[in-house]
Each structure stands twice: as structure tokens, then as C-alpha cells.
Design a protein around this ligand. Sequence first.
Ligand code: OGA
Ligand code: NI
Length: 339
Amino acid sequence: MASPPRSPGQPNRPCSEDGIPVVDLAVLVNGDARERSQAVRHLGRACQDWGFFMVTNHGVPEDLQSAMMDACKELFGLPPEQKAEFMDAGPMDPVRVGTGFNSAVDGARYWRDYVKMFAHPELHCPAKPDGLRGVAAEYAARTRGLLLELTAAISESLGLPAGRIAERLDLGSCFQILVGNHYPPCAAGPDDDDGAVGLPAHSDHGLLTLLFQNGVDGLQVKHDGRWLLAKPIPGSFFVIAGDQLEIVSNGRYKGVLHRALVDRAQARMSCVSLLGPCLDAVVKPVPELAVPPLGLEFRGVKYRDYMEHQQSNKLNEKGALDLVRVQRHILTDTNRLEL
Ligand code: OGA
Ligand code: NI
């Protein structure tokens, strides 16, 4: 695989042409002490400045990625009666097939089909297509390993021991979900009035999300107030920081806003592997990251409740986080200032 381009004058800050940070997992895992500490700092800046990066040399075989994408594609192509039992499922049901985000509350119609499968602590999976269970089990295990490695390095990047976030969120019993997304082509694009949107702006409810796509671009991330189309380095994964990372890091790292656009001519597909805390963990900021005099920015919330709340309501940017944000008010002589 080609090594990522390095911007001139910044040899230690690898990034794509658009400036999206690129993290080389091989260096994080096997680099010597100096390379590792540089890579950990780079990862920390990627989380702080972007909440979004690409990971290369990640060790998940390309043919496993393709097999996962193909299995999802086959599932979307099955006759409806073979998926019917999963189509009325609610947000906390372990297998769910549907269109839009949560059609019970969407209000708008999103141009998207999805399959969601809880994958850890236990894999749940439709019986058809035949090969899906085997592929999903392998894909879940490999991507979970990768996400846990990234979590350990992210913990270090916050100046904490590598295992601190894992211990806080009880990641030994982590929650993981696999999602297949299919966005059919739509001639009316997002710039047209009434044009189709795949998924509206949101942040993810978990800790970290890993995503790859079928060669058709459409994922946009908000960076410095602007939407940027994410173009992957071949063979890399996108990594998206989620709300639980924002909570546990006491707001040092933020869940990044992103959305999916629909292509005018080609079907777009993406495969998502999302890592979250143990569903029963009460997620609170790591106390070492309190900044005096403000202290902690978030109240504790059980991840299961957070996820259910986010998944049961209309997708509304980062609205779900307000549920747990500590509201502060400073009373001044003339007005009430909200921080
Ligand atoms: C998601 C998501 C984006 C995409 O599934 O949460 O943001 O490109 N998907 O499919
Ligand atoms: Ni998302």
C-alpha cells in the first residue's frame, strides 16, 4: 500500500491531500519509543482538531472487508419476506433492517437502506444470506481489535495510562454494532431543492466508529465550520470520534458532525463497525481531565440509556449530548451568561 502523502515542512504530520489526518497503526503498535510518541501526539491532534482521521496499515485484510460489503449487498437484495422479521424492530433490538434513520420519527425520508447487527458481547445476525454470520463474526472481531488498539493510543494521547479509558468504560464487555448502509442513486442531488439526503448531520452515539465505502464518495465531515467531502486513501478506514469519547475525555475530544450524501448516478455503500462502552457502564468524564475551576463538563449517563435516547429521536446534529451536558450560568451585573 502506498504510504500516505506527507505535507511539505511537516514530516510528522501525515495527512491526505485535503488535510485529513492519517494515522499509521503499524507505527502506533510496533514503532520504537520515539516513533510511537510522535504517532500518539499526531493521533491526539487528529482527535482534538478534527475528531476524524484515516487509519492505514490497520491489519484488517482487504478480502475480509470486501466479503463484509458483499454480504450486506446480498442482504439488501433479498426479497422483503426474508427480512420482514427484522423490519419492525426498535432501536434496542439486536438486528434491525430498515430505511431512513428511524422511520417512526424521521419526518423526512432519507435515501438509505440499512442493516444493524449487535456484534458484541454477542453476535446477532440474520440467517440469510448464508455466508453472513461467518463473515460478520470475523469482521467484528478484527475491527474490534483495531478499535481497542486505537482507544488505548487515544488514552495515552490524553496523558493517561493506555488502559484508562478501557477501564472507565468497561471495554472488556464493550458494545459493538455492525451497520451496512446502502444509498441508492438519486438524480435529484443534495444541492437541489427537495434533493435526497442519505443521512443528515449527526454525531455517532458510541466511542469510535470505523467506516469504509464501496468506492463512491459521499461522506462529509464538518471541519472548521465547513463541510468537507472525505476521500479515502485506498485500503484505509475512516475513524469517526463519537459522543462517548467527548464525554469520557471531558470535552477535550469532540464527537464530529458528519452526514452522508447520495450520488446522482451510482449506488453508494458503506460498512460501519462501531465500538461503544459496556451497555451497563455509567459513562462519566475521567476525573484527571477536569479543568479547574470548571470541573467536569458532563454528568454520568448509562450508555444503554444514551444510545436508546439517540436512536429513538430524530437525528438532530449533536442534540443528544445536551442530555448530559452540565449547564453553567455565570451571573453578571447586567446579564446571565451561559458558558
Ligand atoms: C452512520 C454514518 C455515513 C456513511 O452510519 O452513522 O454516519 O457514509 N454513515 O454511510
Ligand atoms: Ni454516523
